[in-house]
Design a protein around this ligand. Sequence first.
Ligand code: NAP
Length: 253
Amino acid sequence: MKLADKVALITGAGSGIGRGSALLFAREGARIAAADIDEQSAAQTVDLIESQGGRAMAIRADVSSPDDAQAMVEAAARRFGTIDILYNNAAIEGPICFAAQISVAQFDHVIGVNLRGTWLGMKYALPIMMANRSGAILNVSSLAGLRATPGGAVYCASKFGVIALTQAVAIEYGKYNIRANCIVPGWIETPMVHRLFGATLPPSSATAPPLRRIGQPQDVARAALFLASEDANYITGTVFPVDGGINAGDRGP
Ligand code: NAP
């Protein structure tokens, strides 16, 4: 097992990529603190983990709230003794409109959840990892964090920022044997993508990836497992696409 005896705190663990990763990490031996703004969905993830023989706890937390983020980290560390892996996955897609149409409240909400939430998780987990002189941080960006898309200004800004934060932490905390890497999902079939596209998922459109299928949460979970595990113990500060090849360039005919 690749994560035997590790403790992983995963945000947004009640849905999509977060739930898929929580289930895989648990099968690989990790104890999971499954955090989500929706306590019921986090509890369902815990039930699924326990039904496959794993150990997990559910935490209700709005990652954009400093109090919630601190309490989330403390609850996980209290229950399981430490935090070895912090997986900042929770995010919202925000409004789909041009920049001038975004309201101040929408802007602050998206930046609050996606960017400040990612930073807050690290702010409170890093001291634990520094004391351990060991830790693995995974932050989730997006292809929208590499290249702007029309209608996605604030989501793009938040996801570009996640990459910057990840790399800053990687260079600041490497001396404590703490690694920080950024996962860049392409189109992954989750409730978020269904909210954005309805039934018309991206493979049926011009945005179909070179591998000609939409990704599944498991595809991201397996990459995250690698980056969180000892197999990646000399890898930090990277931006790691899991996108079926979209970022490589325009696909062939
Ligand atoms: P998802 O299915 O919507 O899951 C996100 C989870 O985060 C949901 O359970 C959501 O709860 C929770 N959440 C939302 N706001 C939160 C908050 N303030 N505090 C704590 N939890 C919160 O989305 P997903 O597709 O799995 O996305 C996971 C990550 O991948 C995100 O960072 C997303 O930006 C990134 N990503 C996804 C894709 C894709 O194609 N799916 C592509 C690129 C990047 P509610 O459902 O109750 O809101």
